[in-house]
Ligand binder design. Sequence first.
Ligand code: FAD
Length: 343
Amino acid sequence: MKIAIAGAGVAGSYLGCLLQKRGHKIEIFESSKKENHWAVCAWGASRHMLSKFSKEAGLNFDDYIFHVGKILRMALPNNIQEYLDLKGLVTYDKHKWEHDLLEGVKVTYGIKCIPETFPFNEYDYVIDCTGLHRTLLPKSKHDFIIPAYEYFVENIQGIEEFYVIGYKGARGYFWYFPLENGKGYVGAGDIDKKYYGIEEFFKLHPEARIVKKIGRPIRLAPPKRMEPFNCGNVIGAGESIGCVFPMLGEGIIPSLLCCDILLEILDKSNGKFDFKQYRKKVLQKFEYYDDVYRIVRLKMDGRLSTIKHIHLLMNMYRNMKKEEERFGFEVSFQKMTRLVNAL
Ligand SMILES: Cc1cc2nc3c(=O)[nH]c(=O)nc-3n(C[C@H](O)[C@H](O)[C@H](O)COP(=O)(O)OP(=O)(O)OC[C@H]3O[C@@H](n4cnc5c(N)ncnc54)[C@H](O)[C@@H]3O)c2cc1C
């Protein structure tokens, strides 16, 4: 089949690579210029899952790892500190990973796909991998995004591990994700756009040198709230259809899981993509993300009760516990309850 992909982020690069390997004729269109293209993200994800996805694509994930985390320190309101044991959470060279996936795939940079001018009828299918922008699909009334930005820094001393500050009311969080040799990402997502922690970080680390400032909001609305997943011959994949874990704004693994569903359905299709089956499988896979999203929104609005909403909390815990390896950190009910109460 002849397939166009809009967006060369994590979903677009992975799909481009695997669809081409399957013999499809692939063309990718990416809005940023090649020299400016950057994998906007803090580059943290589960080693276990990325090793699997890399293997599928013929890459060795170990070649991309920067830092294997041991512990994540969380500073919570009222001077509460919490520590999470990490089980495979790493930072990796996401930029290079995506670049290497695209080796041999036809990519045209500097082309912003818009529905008014895109030549849809030249392709059997067009995949919208434009992430937050969702440019080729209709907007959703239930969308919810959180403003975020970060600095790529170098020459950091005295902080070697993952560090986050959770904001009161779960209205966002600050992060420091270590890369390699004193490099790291310092950033925050914050519904109130105050980004507490960033200024404080630079005061504590005057030695830090800023390499670049990057940012865009993160979608927290899960797939259930980001329908439709298709329109005409366009199929959405990744963050464009809400494949982001709402509690953390973590979208690498969810986007890749979504791509695997798309590939599975396309493999089974006899020249005709089964949109209904795709919708069903995506909604099934990310069903509990909607409960997580409700927890986050209730907390943000000051309406979360650990008694009244215990079913939501239990459901989040049970599902996360089953997927501990996929998250790359320990999932403990006690810690989760303490965290929810502290925020
Ligand atoms: C500051 C920040 C930090 C984050 N940190 C993490 C993290 O540490 N771990 C994690 O798991 N997730 C993180 N996320 C979320 C994660 O980066 C995204 O959910 C994930 O990258 C989504 O993948 P995607 O391929 O769907 O979209 P993206 O990776 O956003 O890729 C979309 C691509 O489409 C291009 N594009 C957009 N519009 C058009 C258009 N009209 N035409 C053509 N191309 C277009 C963009 O330039 C981009 O290259 C972070 C997000 C942000 C903003």
